[in-house]
Design a protein around this ligand. Structure first.
Ligand SMILES: *Cc1c(COP(=O)(O)O)cnc(C)c1O
Length: 430
């Protein structure tokens, strides 16, 4: 195909020749990175297919049940597939788990009892978990049920504070929660290998402590998952990586049989557990989404790497930086001005397949202490494996963005964000 044809189609979508060519120069230097991302995705694709084959996924598994959902072959087989993919004894994968926070709350609340203590050895957990734990007082929190909480922050260089972790483990410590992704913080995301080191350290002190990993945004970024390095529970959302963009709802908990069963008895009811919970019509999307997840995650990763390398030379600070190895799909870019944050997010929105004609504005979102602007033109509402961005309107004026069901769309969205910055005069030249 003539290169001119591509330039033309981009021009028709509002991307100037200058921005297009800057993008191509950036890409030319990323061949090696992209090849390595493709290799991981190839490995994970085979891992998923193998698990589906070994579990004898059949056409009947794609159908759903109604009512109580007894003998739901597709649901039970899918849970076996997840357990194989994450190398755990068992898994709970359900549309009744409404989101990632719910999956994490379920894992915690079902495996902790009054008098137990929860420890986070990796600093403050994701915002929404503050109310689950009761760090911010909240109705129904773990704190209300007599579960206490301790936290040990990472050291300033991002390493584990082993001494303080040891000092904060006592006879009440029942569960340790380890968040893989940095979420919306500036600390580094943890590699699975580092998570394994931390788990070994904790098990070395008390082998009966349950180690749970918040795996959100991390699935399929590496060839191994936390279950490979000793995690007792691995927890995540299906409207992020493992849903592959197709799952319309859902969460998963993969782990030790006892932990997963505890979660099932809490999700449904004591005595019922995994036996009930109709899958309705979502199974085909759960299976097909998982099948696509390795390649969708690779697309999102390429987008993140591309954006870091596009914005860094323009003087904006980016986390992770252009060359760092990746352990999740989130990319932060600091613009330093509200106008920069707004232009970026509006650019991402303008590139969306759905709702591209609406212009997101900063608003007072519940639970946040500043206005927030969000860009999301997604097929699944709120899905952040689809190209999406959000930025709190407060210093340092950074945006966090992630996702992209296809690399080609992620690329277009990122070019569109840069074009919007230029068109608004937030950025004067490239
Ligand atoms: C997204 C996310 C959550 C919460 O998931 P929701 O689906 O938004 O409730 C928890 N932890 C991390 C690290 C996340 O990225």
């Amino acid at each position: 195909m003539k290169e001119d044809l591509l330039k033309e189609v981009y021009a028709g979508m509002g991307i100037s020749r200058e921005v297009y060519e800057y993008g191509e120069r950036t890409l030319a230097a990323l061949e090696d990175r992209f090849r390595r991302i493709d290799e991981v995705s190839e490995y994970n694709q085979l891992k998923v297919v193998r698990a589906m084959q070994e579990c004898r996924v059949s056409e009947a598994c794609l159908l759903g049940t109604t009512g109580y959902g007894y003998n739901d072959l597709g649901r039970d087989t899918l849970e076996a597939v997840y357990a194989k993919v994450f190398h755990t004894e068992d898994a709970l994968v359900r549309p009744q788990i409404t989101c990632g926070t719910h999956a994490l709350a379920l894992a915690l609340m079902s495996n902790l009892r009054p008098g137990d203590q929860l420890l986070s050895p990796v600093g403050k957990p994701y915002d929404t978990l503050e109310e689950v734990i009761g760090i911010r007082p909240s109705r129904g929190s773990l704190a209300e049920y007599g579960v206490s909480y301790r936290q040990v922050d990472l050291l300033s260089d991002g390493s584990f504070d082993y001494e303080n972790i040891r000092n904060n483990i006592n006879e009440h410590t029942r569960l340790v929660t380890i968040q893989r992704s940095k979420g919306y913080q500036t600390r580094p995301t943890l590699s699975v290998e580092r998570i394994g080191e931390l788990i070994s350290f904790i098990k070395g002190i008390r082998p009966d402590i349950i180690c749970m990993v918040d795996n959100c945004y991390g699935e399929f970024v590496e060839t191994i998952e936390p279950g490979d390095v000793g995690a007792d529970m691995v927890v995540g959302s299906l409207i992020k990586n493992p849903g592959g963009g197709l799952a319309p709802i859902g969460g998963y908990i993969a782990g030790k049989r006892e932990c997963v069963e505890n979660a099932a008895f809490r999700l449904t009811s004591p005595g019922l557990g995994k036996e009930v919970g109709a899958s309705l019509g979502v199974l085909k999307d759960f299976y097909q989404g998982l099948f696509l997840a390795p390649s969708v995650t690779a697309s999102a990763l390429k987008g993140a790497v591309f954006a870091a390398n596009l914005y860094e030379p323009l003087g904006f600070s980016v986390v992770p930086d252009g060359t760092e190895s990746r352990h999740d799909i989130i990319q932060a870019v600091t613009f330093g001005t509200p106008e920069g944050v707004v232009a970026f997010c509006q650019g991402i929105q303008a590139a969306a397949p759905v709702d591209s004609h609406v212009t997101p504005q900063p608003w007072d979102m519940p639970g946040y202490d500043s206005q927030v602007i969000m860009a999301a033109g997604a097929f699944v509402s709120g899905s952040s494996i689809e190209l999406s961005a959000d930025g709190p309107i407060k210093p340092p004026y950074a945006v966090y963005f992630q996702g992209g069901l296809t690399w080609q769309h992620a690329k277009f969205g990122i070019l569109k964000s840069l074009q919007t910055l230029l068109d608004r005069g937030v950025l004067l030249h490239i």
